[in-house]
Design a protein around this ligand. Structure first.
Ligand code: GUN
Length: 291
């Protein structure tokens, strides 16, 4: 069993970007600038956005964090996004999800200029991704593909089971894995809450991507010997022994599942850091295309 070390690969990816940014500075060119919008004070979202801003600082990107109250009106949020669209210095815009219930995710995402949509959530970018065209691929699926690529895992012909069909992870990763690329060329089954024979499907899987958000959902008796397991879950569960008062749990019962795997991602330190690295790659690309 080999651990897919997202921390290590993320660091290597960010190191590559740091060198490229230093080159831009040497040439007197503009450095990438990411604007992150955080609405409200959801603890997990605060952590994720904080990690994104920190990564920008490590690499040498500019970043602007825009904090908004959770009772902000939808129209006001849309006008904040419009001004970021018009700001020539901003290359990438991300609005951290989830948003408060009175705000439509769809309207917000549709308002971001596709050329600045470094999350790859705008329908134009999703459409391009589905067609296999060059675009901004959503960061978590992109990070998973970078991780598989780094460890030279040959996914050609694999039966892949994706657990979860969200627009952020499950659906896009299922598309990427099915494409004629390396990694890719998998036969993909997308499963969800109405799937009847999940255990059977998983037992036939060479690759499992668990993105359901239920701690330790994937048990050892659902995993084939030698499978590759990618754990996207990162749920906060109360844990009095931790200073923070919570522990982070993946969607996979790691201790029991890991011994059966050829490769597995840990939580934390697997997919999470790769999401950040992939977002940074998208931000660099947005700057490169714009300037
Ligand atoms: N919430 C959970 N994952 C993501 C992500 O990748 N991007 C944004 N903007 N919000 C998220």
């Amino acid at each position: 069993m080999q651990i897919l070390d997202g921390q290590l690969v993320s660091k290597a990816t960010k190191d590559e970007l740091r060198i490229k940014v230093a080159q831009l500075v040497t040439e007197g060119k503009k450095v990438p600038h990411l604007a992150a919008v955080l609405v409200g004070n959801n603890g997990a979202s605060e952590t994720y956005v904080g990690a994104k801003v920190k990564a920008c600082q490590e690499i040498g990107f500019k970043s602007t964090l825009i904090r908004l109250e959770d009772d902000i009106t939808e129209n006001k949020l849309l006008s904040v996004i419009e001004s970021l669209n018009e700001d020539l210095d901003i290359d990438g815009i991300l609005v951290q999800l989830p948003l408060p219930k009175h705000i439509s995710d769809e309207k917000v995402i549709n308002t971001i200029l596709p050329s600045k949509d470094v999350d790859g959530f705008h329908p134009v970018n999703v459409g391009k991704m589905v067609q296999g065209l060059d675009t901004f691929v959503p960061a978590t699926p992109y990070g998973i593909m970078l991780l598989l690529e780094h460890y030279k895992i040959n996914t050609k012909g694999m039966n892949a089971v994706v657990i979860g069909r969200s627009n952020i992870v499950g659906r896009p990763v299922s598309i990427l894995l099915s494409q004629s690329s390396n990694p890719g060329n998998c036969t993909v089954t997308v499963t969800h809450s109405h799937t009847k024979n999940l255990k059977e499907l998983c037992l036939n899987a060479d690759l499992i991507v668990a993105a359901i958000g239920i701690p330790e959902f994937v048990k050892a008796d659902m995993v084939k010997e030698g499978a590759v397991v990618i754990d996207v879950g990162i749920t906060r569960v109360p844990d009095a022994s931790k200073k923070s008062g919570f522990a982070l749990k993946g969607d996979v019962a790691y201790a029991d599942v890991a011994p059966k795997c050829s490769f597995i991602t840990p939580v934390p330190g697997g997919v999470g850091p790769m999401t950040i690295a992939a977002l940074m790659k998208n931000t660099f690309k947005a700057c490169e295309l714009k300037n």
